[in-house]
Design a protein around this ligand. Structure first.
Ligand SMILES: [Zn+2]
Length: 285
């Protein structure tokens, strides 16, 4: 099968297109489209299951054993729960949202026809808050999305209704040679890494699967189904964790490798989360 070296500039442009794509949990179509385009020319077969997990296979020389490379396609976001008379959208979180960082963020709302409508997250101005309110961080239920509409009817005409997904709008920017900022690096960075590894593999003994999963942010749903379907001999899952090289964290810890992953009380002994770095503390979740 085709393979070979995958360079930094390729990975950067892949990360850019993955990161800038719209894909809250359950709405991963655009991201999946990019992954398919990247791997279909190098894989022996590519298929999608009924949940939306994407599988690609490069057959090995010997077969028998198999390795699964996996990362999730979805990002955290919101879902529209209510449209008020003045055209403001109320939302509920998809995945773990921190209300501290959502204020003033630009967002995209996916309308009924699939088009992406621009909006911004607003909340009650501090000038008109009571002193006790001003000290508290608003919850997700306290904020609204303003899409520029003046009435519920206008929102309806824009093709937006209860149940439509919302994601942050943020382009990837390069701060310097080795540093980028952007959205959804959890887990599009992991996805770029496993796509790069899958493309690079060639003439290997074992079957290698790339599995791009759905709905991780709402409870690892896609990965559980995918792992059972393939039942690989070994799996390497790449995901992000909090940065340990910023103020307020235990600086200098480097990246994190786990023999198994724990998520919301469940344990997956067959999965290793992998990252490279100078210092790699190893531990169990
Ligand atoms: Zn993740």
């Amino acid at each position: 099968m085709k393979g070979g070296f995958v360079g930094k500039e390729y990975l950067l442009s892949l990360l850019r297109s993955l990161s800038e794509s719209f894909g809250p949990s359950g709405f991963e179509d655009a991201v999946r489209g990019i992954v398919v385009k990247e791997v279909e020319s190098v894989a022996d077969s590519v298929w999608v299951d009924s949940m939306g997990n994407l599988f690609a296979l490069k057959r090995g020389r010997k077969g028998g054993a198999s390795l699964m490379l996996t990362a999730h396609m979805d990002e955290i976001g919101f879902i529209v729960t209510h449209v008020d008379n003045r055209g403001f959208l109320r939302v509920a979180p998809i995945g773990g949202q921190s209300p501290r960082v959502i204020q003033g963020q630009r967002v995209l709302v996916r309308a009924r026809d699939g088009s992406l409508v621009k909006g911004v997250i607003g909340s009650k101005p501090p000038h008109v808050m009571r002193p006790d309110e001003a000290k508290q961080c608003p919850e997700v239920r306290d904020v609204y999305v303003d899409v520029g509409a003046a009435s519920a009817q206008e929102v309806e005409r824009m093709g937006i209704t209860v149940g439509n997904p919302v994601a942050f709008e943020r382009g990837l920017e390069r701060l310097n040679e080795d540093t980028v900022v952007g959205k959804a690096f959890d887990d599009r960075a992991g996805l770029a890494a496993v796509i790069g590894a899958f493309k690079a593999v060639e003439d290997q003994a074992v079957d290698v699967y790339l599995v791009a999963t759905v709905q991780e942010e709402v409870g690892l749903r896609g990965a559980q189904v995918a792992a059972y379907k393939i039942s690989p001999s070994a799996a390497i899952g790449v995901d992000t964790t909090i940065a340990a090289d910023v103020p307020g964290t235990r600086e200098g810890l480097g990246n994190e490798v786990r023999r198994r992953a724990s998520h919301k009380g469940r344990r997956h002994p067959s999965v290793i989360l992998w990252a490279h770095g100078q210092q790699v503390p190893e531990g169990e979740a």
